[in-house]
Design a protein. Structure first.
Length: 192
């Protein structure tokens, strides 16, 4: 009973955060979804591409259910890091479409296996795992990158996760955030 609940709960949360990741691209130009916004080049479209590679491997190879399309391999030093950004030959539609196809493949794996089904992650120090471990790992990994995407999107256009109606009810308009930021800046300077 608890196994079915845990599997359904984790899977549902994973689906929700996947959708949030793609939502971070909405309304942005090609430049803005590809634009490197950190010193290491982190960008929104690259995060989506990275998650598609990660999820395809974790719910594919780990359970002997390989994703049918070619994706960069982590054990190929020539390919390492290429999953973190989109080349000029890759379109937003290709990358987001692949991510959705990866979800379908992953969802089929999750549906087909019991939560205690064994898998093998050769790149982990303790490689013998269960579907439970991989569900938790991918939920954590996707949530981590969704947090990065939240910050990147806010840097680009000020968009935050809360919708405009919720922010208005709380009195949190642009003036509120400008005042809050100024207050935090003042405190930081006083403490330095």
């Amino acid at each position: 009973m608890i196994d079915d609940f845990a599997k359904k709960y984790l899977h549902s949360d994973l689906q929700e955060i996947r959708e949030a990741m793609l939502g971070k691209l909405d309304g942005l130009s090609e430049y803005d979804v590809r634009r490197p916004l950190t010193s290491t080049g982190t960008n929104l479209l690259g995060l989506v591409k990275h998650l598609s590679v990660s999820e395809s491997r974790y719910f594919g190879e780990v359970f002997d259910r390989p994703f049918p399309e070619s994706v960069p391999r982590w054990d190929d030093l020539e390919q390492r890091g290429t999953d973190m950004w989109a080349t000029e030959r890759e379109t937003r539609e290709e990358i987001t479409g692949r991510y959705r196809r990866v979800w379908e493949h992953s969802d089929a794996t999750i549906a087909a296996l019991a939560i205690d089904s064994p898998g093998h992650v050769p790149w982990w120090p303790r490689p013998d795992v269960m579907l439970f471990n991989v569900l938790v790992h991918m939920l954590t990994e996707t949530s981590r990158h969704a947090g990065h995407a939240d910050i990147l999107r806010e840097q680009l256009d000020g968009a935050v996760e809360m919708d405009a109606e919720s922010m208005a009810r709380q009195g949190r308009d642009a003036a509120f955030w400008e005042s809050r930021r100024a207050e935090i800046e003042r405190v930081a300077k006083e403490c330095s």
